[in-house]
Design a protein around this ligand. Structure first.
Ligand SMILES: [Zn+2]
Ligand SMILES: [Zn+2]
Length: 417
C-alpha cells in the first residue's frame, strides 16, 4: 500500500513537504519553509521516517530541514551540490532572523547536523530500500535540481519538484526520458500562463541597461543568489560583454557552481561570464562603487534583505539610475510593493523611489504550454497539482482534457492507493 500525505505547497508556493509511506517505509520528499514578510512558516513536524529525498536547494524546499533532523541521523539523499547550497541558505536564514530580531526553531548546531546527514546521489543512479527503487532525474530548474522517481511493485510515483522543460543559459532543460509514472506529483507555479519569448526578453533587458549607462546612471540588478544571478551573468556576457559588480550570497554560489561545472550547460561560457564579475567585499566598497556609472548584480531577488537594500538606500533618488527586478515577486514582499506602489517599504524604511524600476521574466520554471506537454508525454493515471497559486484551476483544466487530476488542499491532503 502507498500513502501520500501533502504537508505544504497546497494551492500556494512555499513549504513544500510530502510524506510518503510505502509498505513499512516512510520517506519525506522536500521539507521547505514558506517565506512571509516576517518570520517563515514551517510544515508540520514528522516524528518517524527512514529517509529524506531533496529535490533542490531553494528555501521553499530545503529551508525546514534542520527541524526535521534535530538530533537525528537520517540520510538526506540529493545531488552532492545541495549539501553546500542548502548550508549556505540555512546559515543566511539564521543571519536574517538575527538581523530582523525573531527566533527560529533551529540553531547553528542543527544546521551542522543537517549538513552531516546529506548523502550524495547522481542523476539516474538507482537507490534501493528493500523492494522500493528510487531514481533522481535532472529537473532542469537549477544546478543539482532533481525529479524523484519511486517504484514499488506495479506502482510508481514521479515528484517533479520545481522543473523547467526548456534550456536556460545556465542549465539544460529537464531529462526527456523519464519512465512513465502511474502517479505524478507536479509543480504548478506557471500553470496559468506562458513566459515571454526568452530572446526578446534578453534583448529588452540589455537595451534598457545600455540606456541607463548612456545616461551615466547605475544599473542595479536584483536577483536570487542561486541560479538567477548566474543566469543574468551569462546574459550580460552574451549581449554586452562588460565588467559588472557582484555582491552578497551570489558570490559564494557562483564559485560553488564552478566546482560543480558538470551540472552546467556550458562550463566554458560560465567561466568566461564569471571572469567579468568584480566581487564587492565590504559595505565601504559599496559606497565607493556607486560614485560611477556601472552595473551591480546582487541579491536578494525580492528586495527583502541582502546588499540590494544598501544600494537602494544610496540610489533611490537618482533618476538616471535604474533598478531591474529579474524574478517572481511574492505578495507582500518589498519587491511586489515597489512595483505596485512605487515605494520601497522595508522594516522601518519607506522611500519614494525616483530611480526607474523595471521587471523582467527570466523564470526557471516550465510555463503553461510546457506543463501540459510534459503531462501529455508521461500519460500518468493520477496527477496531483501542488506548488502554485492556481492548482485547483490547473486540476480542473487537466480534468477537462481527460486526465484524472487532484489539487490537494489543507482539508483533503491524504491519499491511499
Ligand atoms: Zn526552486
Ligand atoms: Zn519551489
Amino acid at each position: 500500500m502507498i500513502k501520500i500525505k501533502f504537508l505544504g505547497a497546497l494551492s500556494e508556493v512555499g513549504a513544500s513537504a510530502i510524506l510518503l509511506k510505502i509498505r513499512n517505509k516512510k520517506f519525506v520528499l522536500d521539507y521547505g519553509i514558506k517565506q512571509t514578510e516576517k518570520e517563515p512558516i514551517f510544515p508540520p513536524i514528522i516524528n518517524y521516517f527512514d529517509a529524506i529525498f531533496l529535490s533542490h536547494s531553494h528555501l521553499d524546499h530545503c529551508g525546514a530541514l534542520p527541524i526535521l533532523i534535530k538530533n537525528r541521523n537520517v540520510p538526506i539523499f540529493s545531488l552532492e551540490i545541495n549539501k553546500y547550497l542548502t548550508n549556505l541558505l540555512l546559515i543566511d536564514t539564521l543571519k536574517i532572523a538575527k538581523e530582523e530580531n525573531y527566533s527560529l526553531p533551529f540553531s547553528k548546531k542543527d544546521i551542522k547536523q543537517t549538513e552531516k546527514c546529506f548523502a550524495a546521489i547522481n542523476y539516474r543512479e538507482t537507490l534501493i530500500f528493500e523492494d522500493i527503487e528510487i531514481k533522481f532525474f535532472d529537473a532542469g530548474h537549477i544546478p543539482g535540481s532533481a525529479m524523484i522517481f519511486l517504484k514499488y511493485d506495479k506502482n510508481s510515483i514521479l515528484y517533479t519538484g520545481d522543473f523547467n522543460y526548456n534550456d536556460t543559459r545556465l542549465v539544460k532543460g529537464c531529462d526527456k526520458e523519464i519512465p512513465k509514472p502511474k502517479i505524478l506529483i507536479i509543480e504548478s507555479t506557471y500553470s496559468y500562463k506562458d513566459h515571454p519569448d526568452r530572446e526578446k526578453e534578453e534583448k529588452r533587458f540589455c537595451e534598457e541597461i545600455k540606456k541607463v549607462l548612456e545616461n551615466n546612471g547605475i544599473v542595479l540588478i536584483s536577483a536570487f543568489a542561486i541560479s538567477r544571478a548566474q543566469e543574468i551573468m551569462l546574459i550580460l556576457k552574451e549581449h554586452l560583454n562588460k565588467k559588472f559588480y557582484l555582491d552578497g550570497l551570489a558570490k559564494q554560489v557562483s564559485k560553488l557552481f564552478l566546482k560543480y561545472s558538470n551540472l552546467l550547460k556550458d562550463k566554458k561560457k560560465y567561466r568566461k561570464a564569471l571572469k567579468k564579475a568584480k566581487f564587492v567585499k565590504s559595505k565601504k566598497e559599496r559606497k565607493k562603487i556607486v560614485n560611477e556609472s556601472c552595473i551591480i548584480l546582487t541579491p536578494s531577488g525580492m528586495l527583502n534583505g541582502g546588499p540590494v537594500v544598501d544600494y537602494i538606500k544610496m540610489l533611490y533618488k537618482d533618476e538616471n539610475s535604474a533598478l531591474f527586478l529579474t524574478g517572481f515577486q511574492a505578495p507582500e514582499t518589498p519587491g511586489r510593493k515597489l512595483l505596485e506602489q512605487g515605494k520601497f517599504i522595508y522594516k522601518d524604511i519607506e522611500l519614494d523611489v525616483k530611480m526607474r524600476v523595471l521587471s523582467f521574466d527570466f523564470s526557471a520554471h516550465a510555463g503553461k504550454t510546457e506543463l501540459f506537454k510534459f503531462i501529455e508525454e508521461l500519460e500518468p493515471e493520477i496527477i496531483f497539482c501542488v506548488h502554485g497559486d492556481y492548482t485547483i484551476e490547473f486540476a480542473e483544466e487537466l480534468k477537462s482534457k481527460g486526465f484524472n487530476a487532484i489539487a490537494p488542499t489543507k482539508e483533503n491532503n491524504l491519499f491511499k492507493f
